[in-house]
Ligand binder design. Structure first.
Ligand code: HEC
Ligand code: HEC
Length: 402
């Protein structure tokens, strides 16, 4: 009996303390902001009293490049960006969100060659949104038509096929979307909170959509791969890693060393030269790269699509089982790492492709790397070390609407 009473009072005291502590915390932080619609919509998955600390995500010391410095990462804006990214309200018929075509379990890409939007299918394959913040190339899309990530983020919304707010041919435009979002209660609450506006008069605008969406995308990072474990043990990109097998270390050398060419574009030694365009330790694309021989158009095989010179980081190109996270290249025409090596092994220049990168046409000939089966195995083993772990399931990048 006594014991029961003691336990009960203990529970009471703990509860009291809990409530008291919560109160103090509330007084210091979020209290003044209305959050009843946020609480009702997200069931605690998004809570203004408990925000994920995106700003202090660990970035390895060997990663030295970052874009978006004029739009600094902010936990509240990133939280709002997460909601926007997964909200089907961003499409005209409330069926498609950014997350429909950029799926977390596939490294924020899509397994379909062409993704399905509100009015049709995309003309290029969806891109993995991994480590976008750390690319030296600051323009976005396969063909780099967006001058910044900020500019990029509202383009899918205004694309007729993707999300449908094109404002053309009688379709609603981005202003209609902004009005719609400002009429949704959880956005009224989130925007005032994210922009620290206690007078509660801040409204969603195109600029704020861009700020928050791009910050959310920049928060998505993958630095817990086997490669990262090894890179942290050495002090440069070119030493063998103690945690790698001999085969993986050979693959890393093949990836980074340039080939030596004999006559007519034939490799007679050296590596495979991948790092000429995809550089360690981030494996982002060299900003000066031209096309790599993939010049097809997914919507019309007769047409050339010559200007695709950006690649997402090669990190997480495959999942932890070694299977591709989706078909590769803007054409989605490559389905295995062996086929990737096959392409670079013997470059085929399609008639009319006058913008192929000169690194792939040594002495004016299409390169022939003469990769041996043993070398192919090694480079594939290396590419598999670039896959992270946390990314695929981490809650802070997941859909808050379920
Ligand atoms: C219907 C599918 C679809 C939807 C919806 C969609 N995307 Fe995409 N996304 C794509 C495709 C396809 C590409 C590549 C298109 C191209 O390069 O022409 C892409 C490219 C991107 C890129 C460029 C990545 C890089 O490294 O250059 C970013 C960033 C991006 N999307 C963010 C978003 C955001 C933010 C939203 C929501 C506002 C969104 N996407 C909605 C399919 C989609
Ligand atoms: C001359 C520059 C260049 C070189 C050298 C190069 N690449 Fe690429 N790579 C690109 C470009 C540009 C793309 C994007 C192509 C596209 O889809 O239009 C790309 C795309 C890729 C992709 C697909 C990425 C995705 O998200 O779908 C893989 C994988 C890849 N390269 C691996 C390699 C490997 C392995 C090597 C060495 C054998 C290599 N690359 C050498 C420029 C290069």
């Amino acid at each position: 009996m006594n014991k029961v009473v003691n336990t009960t009072s203990l529970i009471f005291i703990s509860l009291f303390l809990l409530i008291a502590c919560n109160k103090t915390e509330e007084n210091n932080s979020a209290t003044d902001f209305k959050h009843s619609a946020i609480d009702a919509t997200f069931n605690g998955i998004i809570s203004i009293d408990d925000v994920y600390d995106y700003q202090n995500e660990k970035i390895p010391a060997y990663i030295t490049k970052a874009n978006g410095l004029n739009n600094p990462q902010n936990n509240k804006k990133i939280t709002l960006g997460r909601v926007l990214f997964y909200d089907v309200n961003l499409s005209v018929d409330n069926t498609v969100s950014c997350g429909s075509c950029h799926q977390q379990q596939f490294a924020f890409s899509d397994t379909a060659a062409r993704s399905i939007g509100v009015n049709g299918q995309t003309g290029r394959h969806s891109m993995r949104l991994i480590n976008a913040r750390f690319s030296r190339e600051s323009r976005f899309f396969w063909n780099e038509r967006a001058a910044s990530l900020e500019e990029q983020t509202t383009m899918p919304i205004q694309d007729h096929a993707e999300m449908g707010y094109s404002g053309q041919d009688g379709n609603p435009g981005i202003e209609d979307l902004i009005q719609k979002l400002n009429g949704i209660e959880y956005y009224q609450e989130l925007i005032n909170w994210a922009y620290n506006d206690e007078s509660a008069s801040t409204k969603i605008s195109e600029e704020k959509l861009q700020e928050c969406l791009s910050q959310f995308i920049r928060s998505i990072q993958s630095f817990d791969s086997k490669y990262d474990d090894g890179r942290a043990m050495v002090n440069n990109n070119n030493s063998p890693f103690p945690n790698f097998s001999q085969e993986e270390n050979q693959g890393m050398m093949l990836f980074s060393a340039p080939p030596t060419f004999g006559d007519s574009g034939m490799r007679i030694g050296g590596g495979l030269g991948c790092a000429g365009c995809h550089q360690a330790p981030e494996f982002d694309i060299d900003p000066n790269t031209r096309n790599n021989g993939f010049v097809g158009d997914l919507t019309n095989p007769a047409v050339l699509d010559l200007d695709n010179t950006r690649s997402p980081t090669l990190r997480d190109i495959v999942n932890s089982n070694g299977d591709p996270n989706g078909p590769m290249m803007h054409t989605a025409s490559i389905n295995s790492l062996a086929a990737v090596i096959g392409h670079y092994n013997r470059i085929i220049i399609r008639p009319g492709n006058n913008t192929i990168d000169p690194r792939l046409t040594p002495q004016g000939f299409p390169q022939q790397l003469n990769v041996t089966p043993q070398e192919r195995g090694a480079i594939i083993a290396f590419l598999k070390t670039l896959t992270g772990k946390n990314l695929y399931t981490a809650e802070q990048w997941s859909n808050p609407f379920k």
